[in-house]
Design a protein around this ligand. Structure first.
Ligand SMILES: C[S@@+](CC[C@H](N)C(=O)[O-])C[C@H]1O[C@@H](n2cnc3c(N)ncnc32)[C@H](O)[C@@H]1O
Length: 424
């Protein structure tokens, strides 16, 4: 509790008021999002695949009860300032399903001119920044991580054994590499936290040290994709060559905005990740169908569905997505990770496959329904548009597994447009 009191005090004192400049622009508006995080102080910092930030922000909003306007969101991360880490529980973390990693952010410090500094000077600045952090906040962050991860009493009795996971981002390039960040941060923390022991193997505290432009982010990892593999899909899943990560599958399902008592399909489901995750995230509310052409993948999806505790809400079917064996207007929501045309299929095939799929979705979706498509074949996905009379669409670039992808959402209109030129 003393730690939390200390945190609350520091957070209050670091808050700066926004001031208007002579040009009328708020100083605040000129800051990058990362710089605003640095000004806000500590909180929860989650990383996502680029392009899925809005889903992570919604999850933080719902889980922490934070108004959206107070969240700081940028490419690949969302941050919410917190006075205390007490709200970071295992239950709260299990609701952050679209995130890749979640951290209790101890500090984000701006080091002016870091990118231009000679290597030794920059590393010394990182060491000093780490050494000046608040030890009580590190203890509170560690406790939060142990709570979220369900660390046993026996394990916690071992004391904090930490390992630093470091990463450098930003342009211009710094004079040091990601690997170089570890030692100065370790030296800074070693003096600050005498009871914590740095280890290379079997850590029970994972420390994040990220440098982005001139900002050093330091925090303790709360959880990661393990939310899915350990907590939600604990069984041994069978995978195809190009499986989607459950966190991305969840984000796609969310973007289709399912409502209770709806039918959800993935027309090209591979080993069935998206419907399996959707059945889990919307437990008992959706009926989900994995459709797939390749018999081996169908078998894998079926075995995964059988192992799922949500199997009653999950069917697996062998079909051709270009000719769905479904009546018109029966599908409420769809989400699909299309063949990119590299490891799976070809760009040439995609040209007609994507167009045929979109036609089938337009035919089988109910009015007001939505389909979320993802592909790394940017040209083909961006050019295959649904008929304007019956649908609208939106799309944006994102990243998945390190590849550039486009996410396209097709919305079936409630009422078709009557005028002749709507197809243009
Ligand atoms: C990128 S993979 C999907 C991977 C999936 N998201 C997962 O996690 O397993 C694309 C899938 O589309 C399937 N596919 C390709 N053409 C199809 C078609 N005409 N009908 C149904 N499935 C098709 C491929 O067999 C492949 O399994």
């Amino acid at each position: 509790m003393a730690a939390m009191a200390a945190m609350a005090t520091t957070t209050t004192t670091t808050t700066t008021k926004t001031t208007a400049t002579a040009s009328g622009q708020n100083e605040d508006e000129k800051l990058t999002t990362a710089a605003r995080v640095a000004r806000a102080g500590r909180g929860v910092y989650v990383t996502t695949q680029f392009g899925f930030e809005r889903v992570a922000a919604e999850e933080l909003e719902a889980t922490l009860g934070k108004p959206r306007a107070e969240l700081l969101e940028d490419k690949g991360f969302v941050f919410a300032a917190l006075d205390s880490f007490d709200c970071l529980t295992q239950e709260a973390a299990s609701k952050l399903r679209s995130v890749e990693n979640a951290y209790a952010l101890v500090t984000a410090v701006r080091i002016a001119g870091l990118a231009q500094m000679p290597k030794e000077e920059a590393l010394d600045a990182l060491r000093r920044a780490a050494a000046e952090t608040d030890p009580a906040c590190w203890e509170a962050a560690k406790e939060a991580a142990w709570r979220v991860r369900g660390v046993s009493v026996k394990e916690s009795a071992r004391g904090a054994k930490f390992r630093i996971f470091r990463k450098r981002f930003g342009k211009p390039k710094h004079q040091f590499t990601s690997t170089d960040i570890g030692l100065p941060v370790f030296k800074g923390l070693d003096l600050l936290l005498p009871d914590w022991e740095g280890v290379l193997e079997d850590p029970n505290v994972s420390i994040m040290a990220r440098v982005s432009d001139d900002i050093l982010f330091l925090g303790v990892k709360l959880t990661d994709e393990l939310v899915w593999s350990n907590l939600l899909l604990p069984y041994e899943r069978e995978r195809v060559l190009t499986p989607l990560r459950p966190s991305a599958a969840h984000a796609m399902a969310v973007l289709s905005r399912p409502q209770p008592a709806e039918i959800f399909i993935d027309p090209m489901a591979g080993c069935g990740t998206i419907p399996e995750v959707a059945a889990h995230s919307y437990a008992g509310q959706l009926f989900c169908i994995s459709g797939e052409k390749d018999p081996l993948s169908v078998q894998k999806a079926r075995r995964n569905a059988d192992a799922s505790p949500m199997h009653a809400y999950l069917d697996v079917v062998q079909w051709d997505a270009r000719r769905l064996p479904l009546r018109e207007g029966v599908v409420h929501r769809a989400a699909c990770d299309l063949p990119f045309g590299k490891k799976c299929g070809s760009r040439k095939q995609n040209k007609t496959l994507y167009v045929d799929l979109v036609k089938e979705l337009d035919r089988t979706m109910v009015r007001g329904g939505a389909a979320v498509l993802l592909s790394g074949d940017l040209r083909n996905i961006e050019s295959c548009n649904p008929p304007g009379k019956t649908c609208t669409s939106e799309q944006w670039r994102a990243q998945c597994g390190g590849l550039d992808v486009t996410i396209k959402i097709i919305h079936k209109r409630e009422t078709p447009v009557v005028c002749d030129d709507a197809d243009s």
